[in-house]
Design a protein. Sequence first.
Length: 353
Amino acid sequence: MGDENKRIKLIIESNIRKDKPVSAVLVAEMFQRLQNIIYYIVDDLEGNPPRKAGDLPNSVKERAELVVTGIHIGSVEAELMLSDTQIGLPGASTFGEEAISIADSIVRKVSEEDTSFTLSNTIKNNHRRDRIIHEFEAIWPDEQSNYNLVLSFGKRDMVSLIPSHKHILRELLSIPPEKVEKSITGRLMEVRVDQRRTFQIDTVDGIVSCSYTPDLEDKVVENIGRLVRIRGIMALEKGGKYTLSLDNEKSIEDLKLLSIDKVKIKGRDLDLKEPILLDVFYEDDQYWVSNDKFHLRGFGPTLKTVIGDLNEEIATLWEDYVEVGLEELSEDALDFRKELILVFGGEKANANT
């Protein structure tokens, strides 16, 4: 296999006017999302178990890392290539080359507006499959986008990403498996002990409806108002609503702290190197959430609202301690900066420290 199978080419043009330059932030985001796509596909091809948080295995980075081999500025024309020098057996592809081929097939199926398109036979892990589709959905321009994007993977011809076809990706994201094991964390509330036997969990992603078997009634009632972890089967009920069903006492676990393993900084979702543990206090229909290590405080009517506040605090801390010159920081501030980068900074953990 030649180097042409290791390449990705893209053209980004402003659709406002031809002489309008393309934002450097947009270009950087496109590079990062393309890198994420190849990372996730190679991670799946290697058969690695899914991770709630943490860095990618070194083998994935070695096989999937992209480098810029050419760029033309204005409207941006760029070429990326796998940095991996591995060569497959005669007639066979490396994992990196196979990942580029899979990415190409996704772009072409969506470009053809193939409504029967699925990744289930190609990417085995459901969570990883959703992340790949999410990255493509973020790249793909819609009718409101101020840019046009043309892509090619490997030695295939370039394909223009048609905004009206973006719905294919959105529909893929909106179709979960009919039944799936799921674990959620939040505050148990709104319990019904009649024949319906339902309750709700207020989670950082919103309200989740749950059902339980008769033998779990006492267990459910004793946890009203508490922070819990719920495990069960998420299934589609009549009316198009999803419900998490519990069937044994081990399905409910009492928690002392709320653990979050991802945050959003400046619009980017970041998986944390290690979870942040939060104290949660609920009174007068309001949550008070805190973490002393990073001096975080949140207040609001739902956990989703509170976590949104914490994300803003984290973004402020990042600006104050990381995106400043080191000479502006005291010794204690430098130590705190290292802690922030270690937990929130991913690959930046060893940079500028």
